[in-house]
Design a protein around this ligand. Sequence first.
Ligand code: NAI
Ligand code: MG
Length: 335
Amino acid sequence: MNTSKTKDSYQIAVIPGDGIGREVMEAAIDVLDALDIDFEYVYGEAGDESLERTGTALPDETLEIIKNSDACLFGAAGETAADVIVKIRQEMKMFANLRPVKAYPNTNSLYDDIDFMIVRENTEGMYIADEESYTDDGAIARRIITKEAEERIIRYAFDYACENGKTKVTAVHKANVLKKTDGLFREIFYEVAKDYPEIATEDFYVDATAMYLITQPESFEVIVTTNLFGDILSDEGAGLVGGLGLIPSANIGLDAALFEPVHGSAPDIAGKGIANPIAMMLSAIMMLRYLGENEAADKFDNAILKVLNDANILTGDLGGSASTMELANEVKNNL
Ligand code: NAI
Ligand code: MG
């Protein structure tokens, strides 16, 4: 977790991207501006329109802006999303992917009392995508687990637990089959756990976890896992709490962090001003916490909670008929 002290002012890289990325970004910035924190926004382009205009989906200039900022807010890209976001993660060595799974009122959440964080290793595992070798009969992919990267992510998960009032960390793996790679992951987990005696620990196989997320999601507080398992379980988590319009995420590195909604550019509703900005807003709240601005984060979070509880001003995906900016206004009114 970022342990830096708060600052008098922050430079924020803002990359709205394509489609509803631009609309939800405008809404989130509108609320951030009402928080009494000195943000200097530096806008960068990326995505399909950038590709069309400049010949590249991720101009060097945009990467420079991210490098020189305290944090980055990213909206969504279109077809070029993988080129943009995967490249930023690699360039900025963003090793941790955080996906909160939290139930909000008046949403399609399956249960009311879900509130856990998935901490996913973002640099190795199955997603090194080393599939070069074909055999006579098929193809082979390699899966890499290193002590350095797994210890880093596991430590991150424990630090996150300590800093956020969580009491337990769950390691998820498949060490019964992947005895060497996931055996090592589990071993490192319990080794690191010794440094955090106040945090309870448990470990589950990934298949069992997929079931427990449905049958007892309230029992989880922080889940730490390798790249592929984290990807799959995060989307299961998104399904649990009801829909893309509400799910934020963070990508954290040693000296860079990017916050983005999980959804894409939604071409089916783009340009209509009806996208739900809450996923982008919750991403901005994760950024505030990363910057140490916890009071502002609580204020923003409570305002969203109030708007969802009142259920007067909601976007179409939540059963209402409000526009993106009407919802933003309502959040501002509740700060
Ligand atoms: P999508 O997330 O853009 O949309 C899926 C469905 O959810 C659509 O029906 C959309 O209208 C709805 N939806 C998404 N966000 C919403 C919001 N905030 N409010 C209300 N409804 C919302 O995913 P899809 O359709 O698979 O991809 C569309 C484009 O987005 C593609 O070009 C894809 O490559 C890109 N994409 C980009 C991502 C990123 O920038 N990180 C992530 C996922 C997709
Ligand atoms: Mg995914």
